[in-house]
Design a binder for this molecule. Sequence first.
Ligand code: LMR
Length: 330
Amino acid sequence: MSLYRVLILSALSFFLSLGQALAEDYSVNVIRFSHVVSENTPKHQGALKLKEYIEEKSNGEIKVQVYPNSSLYGDKDEVENLIANNVQFICPDMSKLTRYDPRYDVPSMPFLFSSDQAVLDFWDKGKGQDLLKGLESEGIIGLKCWPNGFKNITNNERPIKKPEDLEGLKIRTQSGEVLSAIYKTLDASPSSIAFGELFTALQQGVVDGQSNTFSNIYTKKLDEVQKYMSVTKHNRVDYLLLTNKRFMDSLNKKTKKLVMDAVEVATKKERELSISLNAEAYEKLKEREQMEIYELTEEDREDFREALAPVYEKYGSAIGQDVIKDAMSW
Ligand code: LMR
């Protein structure tokens, strides 16, 4: 065969495969994203960005259904349904993943992260990169950390200014041993309650208080059933954006690229909103004047830090001293 014919044939086969790739269909029609928080939150708005990007770029060929407020699955069954591929994206608070890997207690450790940026650095550049893989044995891929923010304590009994003010209070926790240990160390009684049941549990006095981000307190109207809030910022609610490995492996190249691009765009949006929506929520909570608000002084924070030092002795090795050291370093 002449060189000329070889060149023509290879050019033809190149354009043919390019044409095929362009004409390739998307390999999925519907993607479901389930979560437990309200609509005006960083997590829901991030999920909506993922939806908007995928639907726009696929010209509506792929539909993304987003279910907020535990309307599809709640804290108790969302991971199992992700494993079963009944839902393709969830984004749980990491404390709810500690039964799979104790290292997911890292956001719950008291006074560990120095700032919102330190959290992002840990997950994007530090030991968090290893933690993304903590659910691989369950067939789950950890994609990105979606931060929410620092937590603050609310309750119905008294202003919390010093560690001893928590004594005897019944406090709702998200999940995980570290949150439990924090309240036990302060002589309070912790109990884990699903987010979807939190408002009623506070209203009915099942528990006296809880701790959460400004965004969650405001959007779930917890100030309607709580009298006091202390701005403690003692630990965090941070999420892991998770997907099912079988689902990802089933996607053709074109679909996978679209989904992964959407994850990048949505992550950026969620992270920006985690800052602005929490700041806005704090202002709104102050304006609504439903709770008496106390901001811990540096001295108060030091007292809490000291009182909670035993939590590091107890859980430092389960989480890993290397992980803790790295989280502190940013
Ligand atoms: C909570 O249960 O308080 C939070 O983890 C809910 C959430 O997803 O932000």
